[in-house]
Design a protein around this ligand. Sequence first.
Ligand code: NAP
Ligand code: G4F
Length: 337
Amino acid sequence: MKTAFITGITGQDGSYLAEHLLTQGYRVVGMMRRTATPSTERIEGILDQVEIAHGDLLDQSSLMRLLEEYQPDEIYNLAAQSFVHASFHEPIHTAEVTAVGVSRLLEAMRLVVPGARYYQASSSEMFGKVSETPQKESTPFHPRSPYGVSKVYAHWATVNYRESYDLFCCSGILFNHESPRRGIEFVTRKITAGVAAIVFGKQEGIPLGNLDARRDWGFAGDYVEAMHLMLQQDEPKDFVVATGETHSVRDFCRIAFSRVGLDYEDFVSVDPKFYRPAEVDLLLGDPSLARENLGWTPRTSFEELVHLMVDSDLAHHKDLGLQVQKGSLPESLLTTT
Ligand code: NAP
Ligand code: G4F
């Protein structure tokens, strides 16, 4: 039985990856940092099947101790301060966790378990002000936020450990991926949770920032499979993971509201406080290499993703016993279970 060590197991991707690796027969160890209120909501269903280990990317000794104790075959580094907007307000903390934290973990791996395989959660935010479209593995980086800058550092640190010490280190350059488990501050979930709250009379409207930003949005459940596949190859390599389609925030709003028979223009307003000092206007990935080398393709379309998220947020409100005040529930939610 192989042992996988996942940092960020309490996050969106960590929860899906843990579930996927359990189905593949792995022993799964998830690293969690100490917080006043434990954030295990996303892994409630698998808590009895995974081992939780306490550590922090800010603390070198905890990383060394955990790798020594669990001797993982595969390390998935998903932990980060991952919210771009917050990185403008907390640039130093973001750099400490999202950038230097990666050096801490790579160094722990080099010293303690050099034979392990390492996955780094790189990001399409590294392309930032894009110099070509679509973006592929060779597209130059031009990050536009402290988060993006930190991810570029982390990406090159991963490449450097591969080249310097011959370690099996890979980066997945993942474009935006979402799910019903997406954090509420990210735009997709903010919209779908807002739609549900409006339908059930809990909210009047949704204030957003730049509606014209375009992203290549996929489903997180599909993307974690690519992470695992990268560590099963003969040679370590970096891969873009994306759908190859781009849509605007406005498109997302239109589909989300039409799912409940409403027009987004009646509910969405623009509030400059959600604008960023520097924006990433357009992301569109070319996943050809992942398709050819890993046999990976996304299975969930953009429209299916939006519906999946809206339906999940509606179901949550319905389960609370609330009554529909505006619009209508989709057919799938009309039957009582
Ligand atoms: P997420 O939901 O924000 O999860 C981040 C995880 O990191 C949480 O488990 C969090 O723990 C943990 N964490 C934060 N600071 C830590 C620290 N100092 N020590 C240990 N753990 C810490 O992010 P996600 O969407 O799952 O993304 C996973 C990774 O992929 C991140 O590195 C992100 O930057 C990257 N990425 C995401 C996307 C995307 O579209 N989702 C795209 C490209 C790359 P708490 O629960 O305690 O906060
Ligand atoms: O949902 P977002 O906050 O995601 P963003 O900035 O693209 O970052 C996400 O994807 C990256 C991969 O490219 C990850 F590396 C990163 O960790 C994270 O998961 O914003 C998406 C777009 C932006 O252009 C933003 O300006 O939506 C625009 N937007 C418009 N109104 C908004 C809002 N974003 C947020 N969060 N909130 C708004 O009200």
